[in-house]
Design a protein around this ligand. Sequence first.
Ligand SMILES: Nc1ncnc2c1ncn2[C@@H]1O[C@H](COP(=O)(O)OP(=O)(O)OP(=O)(O)O)[C@@H](O)[C@H]1O
Length: 260
Amino acid sequence: MTNAVQHQQPESQAVLSARGLRRDFGAFTAVRDVDIDVRHAEVHALIGPNGAGKTTVFNLLTKFLQPTAGSIMLMGQDITRTPPDKVARMGLVRSFQISAVFPHLSVLDNVRVALQRNNHLSYQFWQPLSALNRLNEQAEALLASVGLTRERNALAADLSYGRKRVLEIATTLALDPKVLLLDEPMAGMGQEDIGTIANLIREVAKTRAVLMVEHNLSVVADLCQHVTVLQRGEILAEGDYDTVSRDPRVRTAYMGTEEA
Ligand SMILES: Nc1ncnc2c1ncn2[C@@H]1O[C@H](COP(=O)(O)OP(=O)(O)OP(=O)(O)O)[C@@H](O)[C@H]1O
């Protein structure tokens, strides 16, 4: 991985902050008055019942949607009006935003292509892959860090669903993000793959901030230091999982009953 020094930020510092976020769709307000602080070296979960506004907040923070009102700061810079490709280059990366897995390339070549992008060189398809050899060392280190060394020569298309998601995260990490945003990273996974991805996210978050939308509450309990609960587009509660899960309003709203 490159630029380890850049990650050395005080642990309590919010690297991504939003204030007063609002998004209207016509006459309907999907998100209102949302303040959020995503901190360095923390995994932050965005949870809430269906239709609560999680995806909308996620899309606002990653700049895929423009806010109707409010502001977003990334590492001290106002990115409220900055386009998504630019914020990605500034270090706010949504998984699967830039990195894509090429099914007919090997696992190693997928990571080498992603690393080449981070070196600000556009991948030129007419170049032989041997042109990427200088990235081998970095690629091998990245594969080792996510536990994909054994599958390095496999075609991405031949990986299991869970291993493909690990490869996708690896190609995202090749961009050396400061803030990583993950939209339901455990979706569709079996228990074993969930454990692998959770360990990977835990490791990744030691040197960056991670925000994830997640439906699986046991994953949130296990992995996330901070939880923001949305309901009907507004923040209902926030804090650590224990605090939030004991909140009667959250139990009523999220689980349907205070007794849940
Ligand atoms: N492009 C859109 N146009 C109109 N309404 C929208 C649009 N996108 C989202 N909404 C509405 O905004 C509300 C919040 O949706 P959103 O997808 O953000 O919720 P969510 O918490 O991610 O839900 P889920 O858990 O079901 O994915 C919903 O009522 C939804 O119908």
